[in-house]
Each structure stands twice: as structure tokens, then as C-alpha cells.
Design a protein around this ligand. Structure first.
Ligand code: NAP
Length: 311
């Protein structure tokens, strides 16, 4: 079988596990695995940061980040093949974060709490898993709004994987209070269950997404971790009208850049931020795990923003 030559590879190409069999041994490879993953901004973001790192340390000049479409059925064997091929690090995106957490060594308590991991580091014994989404969300919120999460009363919309990670990050940051809101109230039980395992946790309340959000403080932070807003025509997941104008609104969605929720918040005079910062900060943490360096979140943010097509 003929090997692919390193020079024939392209970080913008979409690869599959069939390509792995012919993968060249030279250079250090990183990759994101998803399904679908065609539009992932991760290669653009990571390769920009790697290029910057290589200017001060030439040993990074042969590091490249690729994207691979891997179906959930093939994920377990794919992870083994990436390990055999010596891929230094992998990112996992939709729908692999929860599946992968059962097959890797646990690198930090966040993986156990969220039962999900988005970052794998190669070790001789297999991959070790991390979840950098928590750091990504906290850093994005604190830096973009210039606040400390611990000073805020948080209303968290959603009960899926992203909401679970966000709830744990809020609890770890020591927020004043946490209100969980979801369309399907029963799905909040699993988040309440994981919060109960934490030694320090905020007061937790729940409410239904279609009811008015509780106006409980003038230091509110609303976090959207539902997928409502991914389609440009999606309505807002919750009404903000009865909340004070001092409310901050963070939407994990970054494409489209302005969801109906963020548009409504802006109309009401509220400060807003979308999820692009979260993407960049989780990427920065992943890359620092692989390189043991301090890559620039700003470089990653700028590259990701440039990679987004206008919507
Ligand atoms: P998920 O597990 O599929 O959860 C989806 C959530 O959205 C559930 O709470 C679901 O409510 C709710 N939802 C879906 N359709 C709805 C509708 N029509 N009306 C009301 N609620 C609805 O998804 P996830 O992995 O947690 O991801 C959630 C969002 O976060 C996605 O938009 C994703 O792109 C984003 N995200 C961003 C980053 C980043 O780096 N910026 C990272 C991770 C995730 P039910 O429980 O009632 O079904």
C-alpha cells in the first residue's frame, strides 16, 4: 500500500479512517473527529496558533491539525488506529464527546462529572481524556464581559451535554445561584444529580423554558446551551423582556453570530456575547495540553472568526 506523502496532506481536506492506513509517519499530527465535521473551524484555529508557536520554537513547524469524519459506530476502533499512528492529540466534537469518555483514561475530574471529553492526549498506555469546554466557557464569559462568574446569578437554558458542562463550570466557579431552565423539565434531574455530587454547590432552582425567566437579581447572566438558534430562522429559546437591562446574555452558538436571543437582548440594552470565544478558549486549553506551551487564545479567536462565512 502506498503511503500518503506528508507534502500531499492538506489541513483543509476532510479525511476518513481509510486515509489513516496510508498516513505518513513524519511530522506530528493532531485532529478533530466528528460526524459531520466538514465545517469545523478547529483546523483553521489550531494551525494558526501552531504557526505562531513555531516562530518562537521551530520544533512546532512540523505539527499540523487535520479533520476526520468518523461515524459513531467506528469511533472506538478509530481511536485505537489514531493511537497506533501516533496522533499526539485529538479533539472530539458532535456526537462523540460522551461515547469517547468510556474508552479513554480519565485525565481530570471534569471528565467524570460531565461523562464527556473533548480532548485526548497520546500516552504510551492509550489516550488520556480531558474536557476543556468548562474552561472554555468560563474564560470566554469572564474575559468578554470582564466579570467574575462567582459574582453572578446564572440562568442556564438547556439540559444537554453543553448545559451539563456549563452547570458544573458555574458550580465550580462558585456562582451566587443557578437556575436551570429547559423545555423538558425531567431532563434537568441528571444535571441536578451531578451537582449534588459536588462538595460546594450553589442554590439550584428550576423553571420551564416557556415561562418568564425569574427576575431575581440585577447581576443576572443568562447562558444559552440549547441548540435553538443554530438555524437562522429559529425563535429565541426564552423571553428576556422581564429581566433588567443589566443582564448579560451569553449564547454558546457562534454560527449564526447573532441568534434571535442575542438580537432580543441587544434590543433590551443588554450586553451579549456569542460562543466563538468559548470555541477559542477550549481550543487554547487543548493545544496547551498537547504542546505544554501557552498558545494565544486571541490568535485562535481571530482565525476562527475569519474562517466563518458571513451569515
Ligand atoms: P444537546 O445535548 O442535543 O441538547 C440540546 C438542548 O437544546 C436540550 O436542552 C434541548 O431541550 C434543547 N432544544 C433543542 N431544540 C429545542 C427547541 N426547539 N425548543 C427548546 N429547546 C430545544 O446539545 P449540546 O451538545 O448540549 O449543545 C447545545 C448547544 O451548545 C449547541 O447549539 C452547540 O452548538 C452549542 N455548543 C457550543 C460550544 C462552543 O464551543 N461554543 C461547545 C459545545 C456546545 P430538550 O431537553 O427539551 O430536548
Amino acid at each position: 500500500m502506498k503511503l500518503i506523502l506528508k507534502n500531499d496532506l492538506s489541513s483543509s481536506e476532510l479525511y476518513t479512517i481509510e486515509d489513516l492506513e496510508r498516513w505518513p509517519k513524519d511530522g506530528t499530527s493532531l485532529a478533530v473527529l466528528g460526524h459531520p465535521v466538514k465545517h469545523s473551524l478547529s483546523p483553521t484555529m489550531h494551525n494558526a496558533a501552531l504557526e505562531e508557536l513555531s516562530q518562537s520554537d521551530p520544533s512546532f513547524s512540523d505539527w499540523t491539525y487535520y479533520k476526520f469524519d468518523v461515524s459513531p459506530d467506528n469511533l472506538n476502533s478509530a481511536i485505537n488506529q489514531f493511537h497506533e499512528k501516533g496522533f499526539r492529540g485529538l479533539n472530539l466534537t458532535v456526537p462523540h464527546k460522551i461515547l469517547a469518555a468510556q474508552w479513554v483514561n480519565i485525565g481530570e475530574s471534569e471528565v467524570e462529572l460531565t461523562e464527556a471529553c473533548n480532548t485526548l492526549l497520546w500516552t504510551p498506555d492509550g489516550y488520556t481524556g480531558y474536557n476543556t469546554d468548562l474552561y472554555g466557557m468560563t474564560s470566554a464569559i469572564e474575559n468578554e464581559f470582564e466579570i467574575r462568574l462567582q459574582d453572578r446569578d446564572v440562568i442556564l437554558l438547556g439540559a444537554g451535554g453543553a448545559a451539563r458542562a456549563a452547570a458544573i463550570a458555574c458550580a465550580q466557579a462558585g456562582v451566587q445561584s443557578l437556575t436551570l431552565a429547559n423545555r423538558t423539565i425531567a431532563k434537568l434531574d441528571s444535571i441536578k444529580g451531578v451537582l449534588n455530587k459536588l462538595s460546594e454547590r450553589p442554590t439550584v432552582n428550576t423553571c420551564k423554558l416557556d415561562q418568564p425567566l425569574p427576575n431575581i437579581s440585577d447581576k443576572l447572566l443568562v447562558i444559552n446551551a440549547t441548540s435553538l438558534g443554530l438555524k437562522p430562522e429559529d425563535p429565541t429559546p426564552a423571553k428576556l423582556r422581564n429581566l433588567p437591562a443589566s443582564t448579560l446574555v451569553f449564547d454558546m452558538i457562534y454560527n449564526p453570530a447573532r441568534t434571535a436571543l442575542l438580537k432580543e437582548a441587544e434590543t433590551l440594552g443588554m450586553q451579549v456575547a456569542n460562543g466563538l470565544g468559548m470555541l477559542a478558549y477550549q481550543g487554547e486549553r487543548s493545544l496547551s495540553i498537547w504542546t505544554q506551551k501557552n498558545p494565544s487564545a486571541k490568535t485562535m479567536f481571530d482565525a476562527a472568526r475569519a474562517g466563518l462565512s458571513p451569515t
